[in-house]
Design a protein around this ligand. Structure first.
Ligand code: ZN
Ligand code: ZN
Length: 252
């Protein structure tokens, strides 16, 4: 059975671990490598790999150390590698996820990748940098995880997942209130709304998702000042009837 652990989440750094039948996969490496070692109980070298959604520091700041010291193969889009100059091109552990072509909307279609015992289907999501990816991860038990973070909205519908790990960054209402009060600068507020998933858009996505096999929903990347943990958990629980967990900024 697959499990998902949020060790670090939010704009201060992201690091997640998926375990399934003794195999382990990391998603993101956006905290210092010393903290990744601590979170994994010094078993970084046992990771099957690390999937990186995009190049922002809160998702990728430890990538060079992961490759060098942990010898972990890291997987990201071409655009993400191009934006991380600290990793030399051709570095053997920097794996480029391959796209085969484009769909009718001009979105890249990615090939499935095998990462240890996991099968990974990457897909593009709209964020404020090119090549930002979400992942469908199928583990050796047959369970599937949906992972999406740092996206304005989901362009896709999903089914047959057992675990959803999804960004729930802010609520439109709290963000608007903070902009009115001058707590959040208007330009910054608009940028947040355009590049991060709101509670309202997440609820729309969940309403269009087949939740019949879903065992757990993890809410990720909550904003420090534009979110309300208790309200988000309550609303998503009531809308889905599934167990909901809110990822903390640090949990180790
Ligand atoms: Zn982020
Ligand atoms: Zn980002």
């Amino acid at each position: 059975m697959m499990t998902f652990t949020a060790h670090a989440s939010g704009s201060g750094g992201n690091f997640y671990v998926v375990e399934d039948q003794g195999s382990t996969l990391a998603i993101e490496c956006g905290i210092p490598f010393s903290q990744i070692k601590r979170a994994t109980k010094f078993k970084v070298a046992y990771l099957d790999g690390c999937l990186i959604s995009h190049a922002h520091g809160d998702h990728a700041c430890a990538v060079k150390d992961m490759i060098k010291h942990g010898c972990v193969h890291c997987y990201a889009s071409h655009e993400t590698w191009a934006a991380i100059p600290s990793v030399p091109l051709g570095e053997i552990a920097a794996k480029r996820l391959q796209a085969d072509g484009f769909d009718e909307k001009g979105t890249k279609i990615y090939r499935r990748a095998t990462v240890g015992d996991f099968r990974v289907l990457p897909f593009e999501v709209p964020h404020d940098v090119p090549g930002c990816l979400g992942f469908l991860v199928k583990g050796p038990s047959g369970d599937t995880l949906l992972y999406i973070s740092d996206l304005c909205y989901s362009p896709y519908r999903f089914a047959d997942c057992q675990i959803l790990a999804v960004e729930c960054n802010h609520s439109t209402e709290i963000l608007r209130r903070n902009m009115d009060k001058g707590i959040v600068d208007p330009d910054r507020g608009l940028r947040i709304a355009k590049s991060h998933m709101s509670l309202e858009r997440l609820l729309d996505m969940l309403a269009a998702t087949d939740l019949s096999g879903v065992r757990a929903i993890h809410l990720l990347h909550l904003s420090d000042c534009n979110s309300n943990e208790a309200e988000f958990k309550d609303k998503v629980t009531r809308a889905t009837g599934r167990p909901v967990y809110v990822a903390q900024s640090r949990s180790f």
